[in-house]
Design a protein around this ligand. Sequence first.
Ligand code: HEC
Length: 259
Amino acid sequence: MYADPVPLLAAEASPWLAVLGRFHPVVLHLPLGVLPATALLEFGALLLRRAPPRGAVLALAWLGALTGALAAGSGLLLAREPYGGDTVGQHQVLGLVLAALLLLAAVLALRAGRLPFRVVLAAALLVMVPAGHLGGSITHGADFLFAPLHRTAARAAPTAATASEYERIIAPLLERTCTKCHNPDKQKGDLLLTTREGMLAGGENGPVLVPGRPDESPLVTRCELPLDDDDHMPPADKPQPTAAEIAALRAWVAAGAPF
Ligand code: HEC
């Protein structure tokens, strides 16, 4: 995997900061709860044509600003760890914008005029949605929300590969080039490739086989990487599958990985 040595060193130099950063996925839920509550009080009163409960709104607005700052701070610490990826950068920008809007809203809530406060509050709500979604994409994978739909579609699609193809091509391929290292006695990368359960359970970095989605299945993609790539499987000095075998592996996963 791509690993940037600098953030790793930073985490080693200040382990407590790293721990604080890892509280980000917990802390961020505070403003996610407080902000809609603030909006509900303020805009709910507006809809009911009543005066908003100013004291409660003010208290919530400042709670939002404080917890927003906590979430942003811990997020910045967490971003020093080597997650990488564009999603982290985009999530970071939106998260910082959201924290700034929360602070601005809290300041405006102190003033007599309601309109600027309401505009900023609505803007914060709008920014919260993509910021939260991108954050979720980082932890659950970009496709988390709609993956169940794709999976159903993959199952309904006519399957080119059949279970007998697994017996004929895939099992011998795994046996010849993979299971020397991914077996019950020697489970490299915490990955077991000798059983169906093992393949579906995945390895130390999560799933390796997503039926119907070869591009999201490291079982396929790591074999397709160039030989000199550190993540290429099997390791470069070991017996390699042929191009035709890798293509068959891809087709089998695309067809829903029937066993
Ligand atoms: C010579 C030993 C060896 C062989 C052979 C081998 N692997 Fe690996 N594999 C490893 C090691 C070590 C790791 C963990 C380090 C890493 O992530 O690169 C690993 C990790 C993996 C991972 C990532 C698991 C995770 O969650 O991090 C996948 C997927 C994988 N191997 C697939 C395969 C496939 C498919 C084959 C056969 C085509 C294969 N490996 C053959 C040693 C091997």
